[in-house]
Ligand binder design. Structure first.
Ligand code: AR6
Length: 172
């Protein structure tokens, strides 16, 4: 058991050649805008079909905020997608523990699936309205507190320079 090392990079997470890409999904698991839309577009219809099955069999009422579930990755270079639902600030979800739970549970399900490398976006820092500096602090601190059997690399893949700077600052 060890703490994964952290990398920070600017780019499009859908092109990452890692074992698992984390998706900032919504509780429907059926796609949306932002990184969720990009992942479904890159992965293709197999991902949506699998999400529909997971939704019907395990989460008929939707995936709760802070939880994570793993699927295949369709046509993306990654092997898996880990779908997690970040807290929506616009809906009054302001507790950082919910965001921490997203990073911790995503890492845990990827680890249990034998993944060695995991790429995360800035969960909740887009449509869900969280300040990217707060997301970065929670993300870095949660990964640094994690102990994994298989995951030895966590890469934060940021879509813009401001977000990349926020994560670099949080990493110190
Ligand atoms: N690669 C990496 N990061 C990206 C990419 C990409 N291809 N595209 C966007 N981002 P958001 P949320 C960044 O809104 O705030 C969706 O509709 C983006 O710049 O994708 O958790 C879902 O279905 C931002 O920094 O996720 C939900 O309804 C970060 O990813 C809702 O939005 C997260 O922004 C989730 O909102």
């Amino acid at each position: 058991m060890a703490t994964p090392r952290i990398e920070i990079t600017l780019g499009d997470i859908t092109t990452e050649d890692v074992d698992a890409v984390v998706n900032a999904a919504n509780s429907s698991l059926l796609g949306g805008g932002g990184v969720d839309g990009a992942i479904h577009a890159a992965a293709g219809p197999d991902l949506l079909a699998e999400c529909r099955r997971v939704r019907a069999s395990d989460y008929p009422d939707g995936l709760p905020t802070g939880r994570a579930v793993i699927t295949g990755a369709g046509r993306m270079p990654a092997r898996h997608v880990v779908h997690t639902v970040g807290p929506n600030r616009h809906a009054g979800q302001t507790d950082p523990a919910l965001l921490e739970s997203c990073f911790r549970e995503s890492l845990q399900v990827a680890d249990e699936a034998g993944c060695r490398s995991v790429a995360f976006p800035a969960i909740s820092a887009g449509v869900y309205g969280w300040d990217v500096h707060e997301v970065a602090r929670v993300a870095v601190r949660t990964v640094q507190a994690a102990s994994c059997e298989n995951v030895d690399l966590v890469r934060f893949v940021l879509f813009d320079k401001r977000s990349e700077d926020a994560f670099q600052l949080a990493l110190g």
